[in-house]
Design a protein around this ligand. Structure first.
Ligand SMILES: Nc1ncnc2c1ncn2[C@@H]1O[C@H](COP(=O)(O)OP(=O)(O)OP(=O)(O)O)[C@@H](O)[C@H]1O
Ligand SMILES: [Mg+2]
Length: 431
């Protein structure tokens, strides 16, 4: 079988400002591009992600480990901004190459050293994010792969997203609740990012881990999708699906994919449907501390159909009734279509975008949503403002300052405890 492994050459990387090649070799030990063995269906793509990556790799910066260690103040706990299955994420500052070394804020993800799975995900992230380019996808600035005195180090350097993730704002009461309009625009942007992956590239890209924690928010609360470590190329034109080991996160993965291992873009559409309900209700897809009938979000909302009298009971109380009921019903109907049992019946991602555009336009045109209150202004007046994080002239409002101060404070304490990822690792039949 053919697969790709990262071409390591420490001396070559030092001081280098473009990405090294990914070496193609025969090896049964796997990488993300192992589609020829696990997939019976997608091996014939003339230009896959690795080929596209080779074309675009020069856009990525290659950092030395010492450069990144310095950028994140020796990976100080004070600069830790998050932690996921891959490892810890730190805020750091690097010098821009394009603007005479001006400092630039970045997020640095440091892979936990052990594990083949982590290494595979690191390569996938570099390859996919090295190829894609869209306003609603997080930008990968560069990476580091180096054999240091502490062992092999793999890191990723992203543009810094100051407003954390959609998950943080939906479920963590310490964060300001998102207004109705902000929720709609986040959903639309996230759908546009997914549609680009599914329909806007030479190859189809399936994210496989779409969830609210992987929707990051920039300074204007514009959403950008992150975490491409589990992404896969979709089937080529004459095939209906790729067959893979099942990976993803419990509560978001499509049941047909879990059952059969057959992966299509419609698996991501299912996950999007779950996030639509999370945004409407302010509840996680799985909440074990609720009464039994309410633990599984999708089972719970089924008792409150979009056209029913009791529908409004599921809407996030943090919206304080500042939302459009008719738009909310439409969102729920859209979610239901994304969550249809048969993947073929689910809408294409571009149709989801289209529906959300219509809903957003109608909802923004003067019904009850126009009274939506942005609760960010309700944050404490006493928080200090970090001068480093001041926005440029366009966004320098008092509410912004308060929100940022709040986030900075929270960031200092890290926030890994609230999240737990369940990796589904189930070998599936290969046709
Ligand atoms: N580019 C970034 N800018 C700012 N913060 C980021 C960035 N990338 C990640 N983070 C922060 O780090 C946290 C952890 O991210 P990470 O992707 O490692 O884990 P996760 O998405 O929470 O879980 P999982 O490993 O299941 O995907 C995010 O929730 C976010 O708060
Ligand atoms: Mg993530």
């Amino acid at each position: 079988m053919e697969c790709f492994s990262y071409f390591k050459n420490k001396s070559k990387h030092k001081g280098q400002r473009s990405a090294p090649e990914l070496e193609r070799k025969s090896d049964n030990s796997a990488t993300t591009a192992d589609r020829t063995t696990k997939s019976s269906c997608s091996a014939t793509s003339p230009r896959g992600i690795p080929e596209l990556y080779e074309e675009k790799a020069h856009n990525l910066r290659v950092f030395s480990f010492s450069e990144l260690r310095q950028a994140a103040n020796d990976f100080s706990r004070l600069l830790k901004i998050g932690e996921g299955g891959f490892g810890c994420v730190y805020k750091g500052s690097i010098k821009r190459v394009d603007r005479k070394g001006e400092p630039m804020q970045v997020a640095i993800k440091k892979l936990n050293r052990d594990g083949l799975q982590g290494h595979k995900q690191w390569i996938a992230e570099v390859q996919f994010l090295g190829v894609v380019e869209h306003a609603n996808l997080v930008k990968l600035i560069g990476y580091c792969s180096e054999d240091s005195e502490r062992g092999m180090q793999h890191l990723l350097v992203y543009e810094f997203m100051p407003n954390k993730s959609l998950e943080d704002h939906l479920f963590n009461k310490a964060y300001a609740a998102l207004s109705w309009q902000t929720r709609l625009s986040i959903l639309l942007g996230a759908a546009q990012g997914l549609a680009y992956l599914h329909e806007g590239l030479e190859v189809q890209v399936i994210h496989r881990d779409f969830k609210s924690s992987n929707v990051l928010l920039d300074e204007d609360f514009k959403p950008k999708l992150s975490d491409f470590g589990l992404a896969r190329e979709g089937p080529t034109a004459d095939r209906t699906h790729v067959s893979t080991a099942v990976v993803g996160t419990h509560g978001y993965a499509a049941p047909d994919y879990i059952e059969t291992g057959h992966l299509t873009t419609k698996s991501d559409v299912w996950s999007f449907g779950v996030v639509l309900y999370e945004v409407l209700t302010g509840r996680r897809s799985l909440e074990r501390n609720r009464p039994r009938t309410e633990q599984r979000l999708l089972e719970w909302v089924r008792q409150y159909p979009p056209d029913g009298k009791k529908f409004s009971l599921i809407i996030d109380p943090r919206l304080e009734n500042q939302y459009s009921v008719s738009a909310a019903r439409k969102i729920a109907k859209l979610a239901d279509s994304c969550l249809l049992k048969s993947s073929k019946d689910r809408p294409k991602t571009s149709q989801v975008v289209h529906s959300l555009q219509e809903i957003t336009q109608v909802s923004g045109a003067g019904d009850d949503a126009s009274q939506a209150v942005d609760r960010s202004t309700e944050l404490s007046e006493n928080e200090p403002v970090d001068s480093e994080l001041k926005p440029d002239q366009s966004g320098n409002s008092e509410s912004w300052k308060r929100r940022m101060a709040h986030l900075v404070k929270l960031g200092e304490h890290g926030d890994s405890s609230s999240r737990k990822k369940f990796l589904i690792m189930q070998r599936t039949r290969v046709q």
